[in-house]
Design a binder for this molecule. Structure first.
Ligand code: P6P
Length: 345
């Protein structure tokens, strides 16, 4: 009988493989892998499928659209989907032993999901539904997640700079549902096949264009902007008059959707400080840091305009931070404006 020729292991970049196959293929690069990370990502994908299904029925079933009547730790009115998504992340991880601590935009303090929570065990930080004001008008929203190994700092062990993340990503609930993640070996996008119920690799090894065609910022706040932001945006608007490729403006008001477009087409997203929000609106640990991890893995940059997002040492769990993120060309120029502007002001 002919010898069975061992087939080459499926590479982790073959389109159509499942998320789990991808992680197993990548795991061969970790000699001491225990399989726990694969289990953790499988549960994130389960949460994503459950939330995607709930969103798809919005308007058809009760308690998906609209508000619960409660106010969360951020002082924001809680929408049914915020609550459902938060409870889903808790439910899929509770007592699995995969995640010891879960921090959420919807929870004032992290919650323990296992009895044991030693230093080095996995912790998950999530914005269960980001952009939830878009749900009732059927515009894309997302779950954003950050995976850490619990640190030894005095509080929860979660106040670690973004460069300590083990993995990060987001699930974008749009025309289709996409899970985009990185564990430090490139950025990979998976599209949910709702019939099969699997996330299948559709965007292997995503790389952000070095320069793009869109800038993304809420121009309604321009009277509040620091002078450098105004000067920088005016510079982008002048591209056509300088004989350069003109920019177009896009702003969905859903961070991960605006970021995902920027990742694919190139360009820049900015949420600078405003008078009402002197440190910006976006959260460091479960919004800016995970997206900064992704964009740097894809060849892009992320900063406050002054400081690299992944280097910031968090002081508080729900700390806000200004965000300038996208292609290296646009972000580097924005940082040049910021550094000049700051020295002038
Ligand atoms: P503004 C949604 O509430 C969010 O946190 C991000 O998803 C989005 O980019 C931003 O706020 C929109 O904020 O102030 O422009 O409405």
């Amino acid at each position: 009988m002919k010898d069975i020729v061992a087939t080459k292991p499926t590479t982790s970049l073959t389109k159509g493989i499942t998320l789990f196959q991808h992680i197993l293929a990548q795991q061969t690069q970790y000699p001491d892998a225990t399989g726990e990370f694969g289990g953790l990502m499988a549960q994130i994908s389960l949460a994503a499928k459950l939330i995607s299904r709930q969103l798809a029925q919005a308007g058809l079933i009760e308690n998906v659209l609209g508000f619960t009547g409660e106010v969360n730790v951020q002082g924001e009115a809680v929408r049914h989907l915020d609550q459902y998504a938060n409870e889903t992340f808790i439910r899929v991880f509770k007592d699995t032993g995969l995640v010891c601590l879960l921090a959420s935009e919807e929870l004032e303090e992290p919650i323990a999901l296992s009895n044991q929570c030693p230093v080095g065990s996995y912790a998950l930080l999530v914005d269960p539904i980001d952009g939830s004001s878009n749900i009732d008008v059927n515009v894309s929203v997302a779950s954003i997640f950050s995976v850490q190994k619990r640190g030894a700092d005095s509080t929860s062990g979660l106040l670690q700079p973004g460069n300590a993340q083990v993995a990060a990503g987001y699930v974008l609930y749009g025309p289709n549902t996409m899970l985009v993640y990185s564990s430090g070996y490139g950025v990979h996008g998976f599209t949910l096949d709702p019939v099969v119920g699997e996330f299948l690799l559709s965007h292997p090894n995503m790389q952000i264009p070095t320069q793009g065609e869109y800038y993304s910022i809420n121009e309604a706040y321009s009277p509040d902007w620091q002078p450098y932001v105004r000067d920088y945006i005016e510079h982008l608007k002048g591209a056509k008059n300088r004989g350069e490729r003109p920019y177009s403006a896009r702003y969905i008001g859903s961070l991960a959707a605006d970021f995902h477009r920027t990742l694919l087409t190139g360009g820049i997203y900015l949420y600078p400080p405003t008078i009402d929000k002197p440190r910006g609106k976006l959260r460091l640990l479960y919004e800016a840091a995970p997206l900064a991890f992704i964009v740097e893995q894809a060849g892009g940059r992320a900063s406050t305009g002054i400081e690299r997002i992944l280097d910031i040492q968090p002081q508080a769990l729900h700390q806000r931070v200004p965000l300038v993120i996208g292609s290296p060309t646009e972000v580097t120029l924005a940082e040049t404006y910021a550094q000049q502007g700051t020295s002038h002001s």
